[in-house]
Design a binder for this molecule. Structure first.
Ligand code: ADP
Ligand code: ZN
Ligand code: ZN
Length: 751
């Protein structure tokens, strides 16, 4: 009799099933199994063996899904590491790893009617047969150049597309052409080109239509440094200022790997923000590029996953964190761009994994090379590079004539005293905005809060609007006319009088992007102003449109949150303003200073990308703040030194590893007891390494009270042993009847 240990996409342990005779299963095979009284789930075979489990009744696997295993042995080891390190089940890893359509569940077998996933096709443009004749082509060129320049350009692009494209019958993916569809259709109607649908995979000709540029001497040196460190099998930190050509370095490494038939995985923090990067990569690598992220239709993700299980190598995936789990069997190179970005960490639900750290482990398990790129590396990565555990390559200057932007600190208190402040802007910033607009340039304004104002207050009695479910104030969203909770989404209308004292004098306090947008539009009535944040970019389309309009120069001033800071290359921007740097450095988080430095550098880096006229104005009430000064001076090393000294003194990462436990319950008394009890238990095992119970900054969310415990393990100590103890204790705690209803969430390496 054959048995299989099977994982299900649930927070459940591995279960053993019997396997029908004649059914061929190997580790990694997907199967449909019944679990619970009625429900049928997709499961993954983890191990096949002949040991009969003790259970009375054993269910049987009767059906396999797909015609080949979904996971390679290396991936299975990676899943196991992820589940172990982040203290979750393999089922939870499966939930994050497989696209939704690949893990159907249902009450009947119907849900498993296997979908056909056809190979992807896309339109290609081919030069018409008649134009193989050089003379005919020349004549046509001459005619079109005079009468229809756009058609001429498109045809020229098709005819000259790269080495393979020079053969008159080399097709070019329409997606890669600069010309728009109407022009291509016109050319097709006139018989100059043919438009054909071809499977993306069969036609790889467009892949090198545009050769990567020659590296500069500085870039060549960095490239050589990366290769030297690769030879020593070390992960490599590529520390390069914004615009220095980090992406160019990646491109060279990627091209080499693909040429060898290896697979490449490039991770980016948030794909919506990197449309430009994907375009750039597709121009070079054409149909080799497989984008993979949560905004893609579920069907597309499934197609990509299944296609990769059949791949012969030479794949290039650009994706967000879940792309880590794609079946790239010949993985040879991993690139983690903007490695310091906090969005690499999934905080909810489990697995609460950090994609950069997972990528390093994945590279280790698969024997791949890995590059971590950033202008402002995380202190964790920096310390590894300093200690020699990681290699390092440096690009210290911008490409071309571009100099880093001039950064000016503008004191808000002083400006207010001198009467040089209007609304939330210092005169210094306003003058520069005026000058930029007069010069036909664009401006970006950054504020890390959305909405109109973070709270409203009664001027008579001090009452503030608070969320009924969370212990926070409600933010005013003026255009929606609502007060909204940023934690649970609760929204209510704005009262016309104070509910406490009936005075009709409620004032919005503080400011968010919406208010900045309104104020700047009033101060510069002739400027075209747009806003980009989670409210204004509710849909992918709205987001893209706002970006595209700004790119085309149809917007003069773009106001936004973090969303405007990443990955964009807008040529027209000469000035960026940071409206309030204080709330960046004062955030209640041991990483606040590091993050503030990263954000300020990133925002400032948006200015003057095409020339050296870039300027950034940072408004702060504390211009002597060391981190703000270091950011203004662009002195990363000074920041790293100061911050590392502080981290060492207070024993925080990278000198300690943190695991945060959060307990939740509706009844504050039960919660308090539970937190105290668990705290004592853990203190008994970990001693002073255990801190708490601590009240988190927001101690009630969605009607549940929260308490925290924090475990600090010194780097270098065995975290495996600590996890084992922690797992045991949590299990014992969960078995206590009086705390059965208490939720405990375990977050390893919280960000
Ligand atoms: P980073 O990724 O460090 O921000 P990029 O690779 O995007 O930098 O380079 C910044 C700009 O400079 C891009 O527009 C890029 O095309 C250009 N560039 C960089 N290196 C070269 C090169 N060697 N030849 C031509 N253009 C380059
Ligand atoms: Zn009042
Ligand atoms: Zn709330």
């Amino acid at each position: 009799m054959v048995f299989a240990d099977i994982i299900l996409p649930l927070a459940q342990p591995v279960y053993t099933f019997a396997v029908d005779e004649g059914l061929h299963v190997v580790p990694g095979t997907a199967v449909a199994v019944q679990f619970g009284p009625h429900k049928i789930y997709t499961g993954l075979v983890w191990r096949v063996h002949d040991r009969r489990p003790d259970a009375r009744r054993i269910k049987t696997v009767s059906r396999t899904l797909y015609d080949r295993p979904l996971l390679s042995p290396a991936q299975m080891r990676f899943w196991e590491w992820t589940a172990d390190y982040y203290m979750c089940t393999l089922g939870e890893v499966m939930r994050a790893a497989l696209p939704a359509l690949m893990k159907p569940s249902g009450d009947t077998e119907e849900a498993f009617a296997e979908e056909e996933f056809r190979p992807r096709t896309e339109p290609f443009a081919l030069l018409a047969d008649g134009l193989r004749d050089e003379r005919a082509l020349d004549e046509l060129f001459e005619r079109l150049a005079r009468r229809a320049p756009k058609q001429y350009e498109a045809l020229l692009e098709i005819a000259s597309a790269g080495p393979e494209g020079r053969m008159p019958d080399g097709p070019v993916a329409c997606r890669l052409l600069h010309a728009d569809r109407t022009i291509l259709r016109t050319l097709a109607r006139k018989g100059h080109i043919r438009l054909v649908e071809l499977p993306r995979d069969d036609v790889r000709t467009a892949r090198c239509a545009f050769a990567p540029p020659e590296p500069t001497p500085v870039q060549s040196e960095a490239l050589a440094a990366v290769r030297r460190e690769f030879a020593k099998r070390k992960p490599v930190l590529l520390h390069g200022v914004t615009g220095s050509g980090k992406t160019e370095i990646y491109i060279h490494l990627i091209a080499e790997t693909l040429a060898r038939g290896g697979d490449v995985l490039m991770l980016v923090p948030e794909i919506a923000l990197t449309a430009q990067l994907i375009d750039r990569m597709e121009r070079i690598f054409g149909s080799r590029v497989t984008p993979y992220h949560s905004k893609l239709p579920a069907r597309k993700r499934t197609e990509s996953y299944l296609r990769l299980t059949r791949s012969e190598g030479g794949e290039f995936v650009i994706g967000t964190r879940s792309a880590l789990f794609l079946p790239l069997e010949r993985l040879q190179l991993v690139v983690v761009d903007e490695e310091h970005d906090p969005s690499y960490k999934q905080s909810d639900p489990a697995p609460r994994y950090h994609a950069r750290d997972c990528a390093v482990m994945l590279a280790h398990l698969t024997g791949s090379r890995i590059v971590l790129g950033s202008a402002t590396p995380s202190l964790e990565t920096w310390l590894h590079a300093e200690s020699g555990k990681y290699g390092k390559a440096v690009l210290a200057e911008r490409y071309g004539a571009g100099r880093p932007p001039q950064i000016l600190l503008s004191d808000t208190l002083r400006a207010a005293k001198r009467g040089e402040r209007r609304a939330h802007f210092n005169k210094q910033l306003l003058d520069r905005i005026g000058a930029a607009l007069a010069g036909g340039r664009q401006v970006m304004l950054f504020q890390n809060r959305r909405g109109f104002s973070p709270y409203v207050e009664c001027s008579a009695c001090g009452w503030t609007a608070r969320c009924p479910h969370c212990n926070v104030t409600l933010a005013l969203h003026k255009s929606a006319g609502r007060l909204i909770c940023h934690y649970c989404g609760h929204s209510e209308s704005v009262p016309d009088r104070c509910p406490a004292c009936r005075t009709a004098d409620l004032s919005p306090m503080g400011f968010g992007t919406e208010k900045i947008e309104q104020e700047i539009a009033r101060l510069f009535p002739e400027a075209r102003v747009a806003r980009l944040d989670r409210d204004s970019a509710a849909s992918e389309r709205a987001f893209r449109e706002t970006i595209a309009r700004f790119e085309r120069g149809e917007t003069d001033i773009l106001v936004g949150t973090q969303m405007i800071t990443k990955g964009f290359d807008f040529g027209g921007v000469s000035l960026v303003g940071i409206l309030n740097a204080d709330n960046l450095v004062n955030a209640p988080d041991f990483r606040a200073a590091e993050r503030a430095f990263q954000l300020i550098t990133q925002v400032a880096g948006r200015a003057g990308r095409r020339d050296d006229l870039g300027e950034a104005v940072i408004q702060t009430s504390d211009p002597t703040n060391p981190v703000i000064r270091q950011a203004a001076a662009g002195d990363y090393e000074a920041m790293a030194r100061t911050q590392l000294a502080e981290r060492a003194e207070f024993f925080y990462p990278p000198y300690a590893r943190l695991t945060a436990l959060t307990l939740r319950h509706r009844d504050p008394a039960v919660l308090r007891d539970a937190a105290r009890h668990l705290g004592e238990r853990l203190r008994g095992r970990f001693g002073r390494r255990l801190l708490g119970p601590i009240a988190p900054p927001v101690d009630r969310i969605r009607g549940e009270y929260l308490a925290g415990l924090l475990l600090k393990i010194e780097s270098g100590a065995s975290t495996a042993r600590a996890r084992e103890i922690l797992k045991d204790e949590l299990k014992a705690f969960a078995a206590l009847p009086q705390f059965k209803s208490v939720t405990v969430v375990c977050n390893v390496d919280p960000q």
